[in-house]
Ligand binder design. Structure first.
Ligand SMILES: *Cc1c(COP(=O)(O)O)cnc(C)c1O
Length: 391
């Protein structure tokens, strides 16, 4: 019987073994006894492989309908592995608004090993095509992008790549395997920061690279073992457990995000809302708008007062947790970008990113509504200042 992803994630391959426990045991061992010298025991040393990671990788591959998945110690470790499948002298095309950590990895580390990068606006397919060089090997894409939710045409990119015999990698962190399936759209490799929705509880840092390409898979395994960046047994066990609730968590967050989107779009204190839920191109390649949105306050000088008046959201970097997380790109994810460049890219002080969690959406809306009113109400601000002076 072929099972749905929801059932597949909950049904443990482990059932029927040991004590028929609901959850698999945690194999907290760095090494394994070898009865037969030179024999072929399933596991020998845990960097090279352990049962918890194997079980997790099997689940992750199924989630993306793929043959191979490799779990790493972070999203960035997974992305590093993908880029390290290349050789010195190879060239990669990247989005100009790629995730900050990916940009740092390419700019400050991989260029030292003569892997070359060109950044382009990947939403313009002709810009990608024009950036292709003789030594180009990989087009790397993130869609929707962060924090302005720009959409890149994955099929379009895959078509260009095929014509030039290049590989395509997609960072699918924001949509999860449930919201968007880049491999089915022609991509060769998918990466996720499993720290976000896949983990979902803001308690582990993890990443995964997934592919159907056997050559790439062999290279990814060599890097996982050979550079020692595999996910630990403990974190693999935790992530596999959290994955069981991914469908209910993510679907509910998406539903809540749609309500928050409607609310934010109607607020006069807000200049713009960024959410791909109505974007034609996005909806042609994804199942919905996801659970993360961006918004810009009309008056950026109210940003701190807005945060001060909020009670429910966690104000922090990251996304994809059960709790709603409000990020401020200008001082968090994009703080290292020079102010002029940031402003030119529309990452202003008034811009926020909201990853919608599992709180009652009506309560989130009430909280944000209160904070907006509080921040934008001049008389309230004056009053508080007066009270401040009196104290
Ligand atoms: C968080 C994130 C990463 C990096 O993942 P880590 O687990 O923090 O290393 C990569 N890409 C995107 C889109 C992310 O949000």
């Amino acid at each position: 019987m072929s099972l749905s992803k929801e059932t597949e994630l909950i049904f443990d391959a482990h059932r029927g073994k040991d004590y028929d426990s609901a959850n698999p045991p945690l194999y907290d061992s760095s090494t394994f006894h070898q009865k037969v010298l030179g024999g072929d025991a399933a596991y020998d040393y845990a960097r090279s492989g352990n049962p918890n990671r194997a079980l997790l990788e099997e689940k992750l591959a199924k989630l993306e309908d793929a043959d191979y998945a490799f779990a790493y110690a972070s999203g960035i470790a997974a992305i590093s592995a993908v880029l390290l499948t290349l050789n010195a002298g190879d060239h990669v095309i990247l989005p100009d608004d790629v995730y900050g950590g990916t940009f740092r990895l390419t700019e400050q580390i991989l260029t030292r090993f003569n892997i070359q990068f060109t950044t382009v606006d990947t939403t313009e397919l002709n810009e990608i095509e024009q950036a292709i060089q003789k030594n180009t090997k990989l087009i790397y894409v993130e869609t929707p992008s962060n924090p302005l939710f720009k959409i890149t045409d994955i099929k379009g990119v895959a078509n260009i790549a095929k014509q030039h015999k290049l590989l395509v990698a997609v960072d699918n962190t924001f949509m999860t395997p449930l919201g968007q399936s880049p491999l089915a759209l022609g991509a060769d490799i998918v990466v996720h920061s499993a720290t976000k929705f896949l983990g979902g509880h803001s308690d582990i840092i993890a990443g995964v690279a997934i592919t159907n390409n056997e050559t790439v898979a062999n290279a990814l395994y060599l890097l996982q073992n050979g550079t020692g960046t595999a996910l630990s047994a403990q974190d693999s066990w935790t992530l596999a457990k959290h994955l069981k609730t991914l469908p209910v968590r993510f679907n509910q967050s998406v539903e809540n995000a749609q309500k928050l989107y409607t609310f934010l779009s109607q607020r006069e204190e807000i200049a713009e809302v960024y959410y791909p839920g109505n974007d034609k191109l996005h909806l042609s390649q994804a199942r919905h708008g996801g659970a993360v949105l961006g918004f810009r306050l009309k008056d950026e000088t109210k940003a701190q007062a807005f945060v001060d008046a909020l009670s429910l959201p966690l104000v922090s970097v990251s996304l994809g947790g059960v709790e709603t997380i409000l990020s401020h790109p200008a001082t968090m994810s994009h703080a290292a970008v020079p102010k002029a460049v940031r402003e030119a890219r529309n990452i202003t002080f008034g811009l926020f990113r909201l990853s919608v969690g599992l709180e009652q959406p009506e309560e989130l809306i009430a909280d944000i509504n209160y904070a907006l009113k509080e921040a934008f109400n001049e008389s309230t601000t004056q009053q508080t200042e007066e009270q401040h002076t009196r104290r």
